[in-house]
Design a protein around this ligand. Structure first.
Ligand code: CUA
Length: 334
């Protein structure tokens, strides 16, 4: 192998290992950074498979090297060492049977544990997939929101999944395995977060142009914080005292926005797009397309197609004062 090719190989191996370490230690939504019992199981299995594979690659590599060197020195294949047959049986038959059986039993045990909750759920949430956003409903608490899913830490949460259109798949790598969302069918999964935090989720089934930007966030809160969130969500959003926001509400109700979006306690009752009753508290705009800031919101209202091409929202024509008022109103909703 020429020096340049060897250098390239070493560099790419180095980059691969660095990426693996970054995923395990950094701030990425990685399965190697589990934050709940479901993801813990998956990570343990992954590390076991990684260690076994690494050992196999190293041993096979060392044997290959040994074979090449020895063959050159002795000059012929007839000079076979006495342990060669034992090695072939042990390494080629016995070892794979033992390891694959362990992996098979371990995987079956984890699949059974992940599909059967260990007890009753404290909270039940319905999540409906849409191209390309997530409708989130807490039936018992009568809460409807979108793209951010609040859960209490340390408690089992049952999530019932379905879709309004094509196949999607619900995946929060740091909490548990992915589950498909299938039209006309409800799949149930259980998640639990053991640490407060915001965990990024992602649609994991190709569902069209904006599949990659079908993102959501699981906000895991202490039970007390979760309860105050529930209490706030069950009330209509508090009327803002800011005059611009008050004017913005009139703009909202008179504009095409109200035909597709709902805000509790107003005449806007559209159901084609996400419910915006707590929009100001949301982490992102367009299901993770951009962070929720005034500037991004203005850009989204005027021309969301430039941010997330193919989404259902048409451009909204407003004069600058109306636009600023509308932004103030939407950001005041929480
Ligand atoms: Cu929804 Cu991919």
């Amino acid at each position: 192998m020429c020096a340049r090719a060897r250098g390239r190989l070493c560099r790419s191996a180095g980059v691969g290992i660095a990426a693996l370490l970054a995923a395990a230690c950094g701030n990425s939504p990685s399965t190697l950074k589990p934050r709940g019992p479901g993801a813990d199981r998956i990570a343990s299995l992954w590390w076991f498979m990684f260690v076994v594979s690494t050992v196999v690659v190293l041993v096979v590599g060392a044997l290959l090297l040994y074979a090449v060197v020895k063959r050159r020195r002795r000059g012929g294949p007839s000079d076979e060492p006495r342990w060669a047959h034992g090695m072939m049986f042990g390494g080629g038959v016995a070892f794979p049977i033992v390891i694959l059986t362990v992996l098979w039993v371990w995987t079956l045990r984890d699949m059974a544990a992940l599909s059967q909750p260990a007890g009753p759920a404290a909270v039940t949430i319905d999540v409906v997939g849409h191209q390309w956003w997530w409708e989130v409903r807490y039936q018992q608490e009568r809460i409807i929101t979108a793209n951010d899913i609040h859960i209490p830490v340390g408690q089992r949460v049952e999530i019932r999944l379905t879709t309004k259109d094509v196949l999607h798949s619900f995946w929060v790598p740091q909490l548990t395995a992915k589950t498909d969302m299938i039209a006309g069918r409800t799949n149930t999964m259980t998640v639990q977060a053991d640490h407060p935090g915001v965990y990024r989720g992602q649609c994991a089934e190709f569902c069209g142009l904006q599949h990659a930007q079908m993102i959501f966030y699981v906000v895991a809160q202490t039970p007390a914080d979760y309860q105050s969130w529930v209490a706030r969500e069950t009330e209509p959003p508090a009327a803002s005292t800011d005059q611009t926001a008050v004017q913005g509400r009139q703009v909202f109700e008179a504009s095409p926005c109200a035909a597709c979006h709902t805000v509790r306690g107003t005449s806007a009752q559209g159901t084609l797009g996400p419910d915006l009753s707590d929009f100001g508290a949301r982490l992102s705009i367009g299901a993770g397309a951009v962070p929720n800031t005034r500037g991004n919101l203005g850009g989204w209202i005027v021309d969301s197609q430039s941010i997330k091409p193919g989404n259902l929202m048409p451009p909204i024509q407003l004069d600058p004062d109306q636009l600023q008022a509308l932004i103030s109103y939407l950001e005041s909703l929480r």
